[in-house]
Design a protein around this ligand. Structure first.
Ligand code: FES
Length: 155
């Protein structure tokens, strides 16, 4: 089945089975490896991307169903010349990643939160990331990183 998909501001022509998950198209066809395969059933958040600015589990949503919607992956957050996004810098500064497998999904979930809530409380951050799992137990550093990025964004 042929369809178009808009990812990080670019529209791509894709030819894949109609039930192929978005994650597979991103990683295998478009070579965007930011989103990770964790559980494959929508429960861990490793595959999180943004759909029109809101978090989406890409592991079980068919890519063919997303025509006309703007998909953003971790790669799409980079600034001009490949500059790190403030959230990426903050995660590095706070050493929030241990194995870092969950971090792309965490950063995109945090980006979605900060777009609607630029100055979230700690409780709001924890609630927003509640469904993104980190098996290393880096949650406190992740929360600090998001707080740091929020402060930086506010100048
Ligand atoms: Fe998609 Fe776990 S891999 S939620």
């Amino acid at each position: 089945m042929a369809f178009t998909l808009t990812v990080n501001g670019e529209t791509h022509s894709i030819d894949a089975d109609e039930d192929t998950p978005l994650l597979y198209v991103l990683r295998d066809e478009l070579k965007l490896h930011g989103a990770k395969y964790g559980c494959g059933v929508g429960q861990c958040g490793a595959c999180t991307v943004l759909r029109d600015g809101a978090p989406l589990r890409s592991c079980f949503v068919p890519a063919a169903s997303l025509g006309g919607q703007a998909i953003t992956t971790l790669e799409g957050l980079r600034g001009p010349g490949g500059a790190l996004h403030p959230l990426q810098r903050a995660f590095l500064d706070e050493q929030a990643g241990q194995c870092a497998y969950c971090i792309p999904g965490m950063i995109l979930a945090a980006e979605a939160l900060l777009r609607v809530k630029p100055d979230p409380t700690e409780a709001e951050i924890r609630t927003a990331l509640d469904a993104n799992l980190c098996r290393c137990g880096s949650h406190n550093r992740i929360v600090r990183a998001i707080q740091r990025a929020a402060k930086e964004r506010q100048g």
